[in-house]
Unconditional design. Structure first.
Length: 135
């Protein structure tokens, strides 16, 4: 069910044995994302429940879900990029069927993120799911 972009990340994680290397890769994924314009960093797009500041801007066009995002923390910015790989370009009707916890578990993230970061990821997934459910 995962997108090719997410599968590519999973393949890279399989290749990287050390968690420090995996964390560096997550940070690199975040650095590669285009920055979110300041005009979108507003309370309406801010994700509550994250220790860091996180903004998600959903876009649904022709029945396809996408979002842009940003965080003030590099590791969280990388997590936003991973969620983008998981959800972007998916038909909005299929967004709710994605088991983000299971997919992120394939990367080992469930076991290697702090409780605060895990709560933040859950909050981001909940926001994504809420937007898709309302569409």
């Amino acid at each position: 069910m995962a997108t090719q972009a997410f599968e590519d990340i999973a393949d890279t994680f399989d290749f990287l044995d050390d968690w420090e290397d995996r964390y560096r890769h997550v940070i690199e994924l975040g650095k590669a994302m285009p920055p979110l314009e300041d005009a979108f960093k507003v309370p309406a797009t801010k994700v509550e429940g994250c220790a860091s500041q996180v903004w998600l801007v959903p876009e649904i066009s022709d029945g396809v879900f996408r979002f842009r995002g940003e965080s003030d923390a590099m590791i969280v910015r990388g997590l936003v990029a991973i969620l983008g790989a998981l959800y972007n370009d998916v038909p909005v009707s299929e967004v709710l069927s994605i088991d983000a916890q299971a997919e992120l578990g394939r990367l080992g993230l469930n076991d290697h993120l702090s409780a605060q970061r895990s709560n933040g990821v859950r909050a981001m997934v909940e926001r994504i799911r809420a937007v898709a459910a309302a569409a």
